[in-house]
Write a protein that binds this ligand. Structure first.
Ligand code: AN7
Length: 359
């Protein structure tokens, strides 16, 4: 008899550690259980003795880590009788909210900054059938409006200020410890609204308290240079970065993120769009892993801190790759413009020449 257990989503897997009862109707798309992949070529390339693993959250059902929080938030919204959810989003939260609302049979309203979300995310949100409200303003403006509107309309907020989102997302830390058998020394991740760093820290702390692991990682939060309020020490007015997922100037989980930094002995750092895109390309071309630009901030940061010795040799490092590269095809194609395919005659001779020219 097979001992294989079909993965039926993270709530089912970690229900003892989540706020559900035996009667709760679980709204799931079998999210979670994402691969933890050890990098092979990049550590050799940089000539450092480090174990780097990536937690590829881009393989969740809607292509980002947001599904972890959304299964929990929508499950609880439905349990509480809500008929509609709402969020502001740089794209991934809207895609996840739209999908889980469809699954639950309720309505989703999403506020997105006009023209500033990646094509894949827009396509998903449209297909899942959410009510899209585009605003002339950035994520922070949308977030402020969502917080106000909830007092005026019967809608449940599913941004990460909803504590159930954090509960769902903390399971990524559980999975990492369950896979490795220990907690990593360093955990690197991109920081935008700061819900995810809050969630990981909560998960690691919970496992350490319950002695599932004996240590907790140092938390390293990486931002885009043009959207780096944690480096400025205060919210910023007009965040700008090609990594539109983290184009956020006024993070809602501000205090929690600082607590994670302080309690873990970690730090924040920022990287230019060029550095972020270089890390995205490196991961694709040397490891075959295609994440979206924002996600690559985690690797850009890890490589930077390894080079400086802030992360010493011998360390075990996990980088969260928060979203799938397919989310943002435009940025990827633009970045590879120099390698743009040329069209040739459809003859054996021409194809042969094209191959031999490259070898
Ligand atoms: C790929 O979708 O805020 O620090 O509205 O999509 O927890 O906000 C997205 C955030 C990192 C930052 N990587 O996580 C949204 C949204 C990707 C993301 C982040 C986001 P947080």
């Amino acid at each position: 008899m097979s001992t294989h257990k079909h993965h039926t989503g993270l709530i089912d897997r970690y229900r003892d550690r989540l706020p559900v009862s035996a009667n709760t109707r679980i709204i799931s798309l079998n999210e979670g259980n994402t691969p933890l992949i050890q990098l092979y070529n990049i550590p050799r390339l940089i000539g450092k003795d480090v174990d780097i693993y990536v937690k590829f959250e881009g393989l969740n059902p809607t292509g980002s880590f947001k599904d972890r929080g959304m299964t929990m938030a929508v499950t609880k919204a439905v349990e509480e009788g809500s008929q509609a959810i709402i969020c502001a989003s740089t794209g991934n939260t809207s895609a996840a909210a739209a999908a889980y609302a469809a699954r639950a049979g309720i309505k989703a309203f999403v506020l997105i900054p006009d023209g500033k979300i990646a094509q894949g995310k827009l396509a998903q949100t449209l297909m899942y059938g959410a009510e899209i409200i585009q605003i002339n303003g950035n994520f922070d403006k949308g977030m402020a409006l969502v917080k106000e509107i909830a007092d005026h309309a019967p809608v449940t907020i599913v941004n990460s200020i909803n504590p159930y989102r954090i509960d769902g997302q903390k399971t990524a830390a559980f999975e990492i410890v369950d896979d490795l058998g220990f907690a990593p020394d360093y955990h690197c991740l991109p920081v935008g609204n700061a819900g995810n760093i809050t969630a990981y820290w909560k998960g690691y702390k919970e496992y350490a308290t319950d002695r599932v692991c004996s240590t907790r990682p140092v938390m390293c939060g990486y931002q885009a240079a043009g959207a780096a309020p944690f480096l400025a020490g205060h919210p910023i007015e007009d965040p700008e970065t090609i990594a539109t997922a983290i184009r956020i100037g006024n993070p809602q989980s501000w205090d929690y993120a600082w607590a994670a930094q302080k309690e873990s002995g970690g730090w924040f750092e920022k990287f230019t769009d060029e550095q972020i895109l270089a890390a995205q390309k490196m991961l694709s071309q040397y490891e075959g892993i295609f994440c979206e630009p924002a996600s690559a901030a985690s690797l850009a940061g890890a490589l930077h801190d390894i080079a400086l010795g802030n992360i010493p040799e011998g360390s075990k490092i996990v980088c969260t790759l928060t979203g799938n590269g397919l989310k943002d095809p435009d940025t990827a194609i633009a970045q590879c413009a120099a390698a743009h395919p040329v069209t040739i005659e459809a003859t054996l001779d021409a194809v042969k020449r094209a191959i031999l020219d490259c070898l």
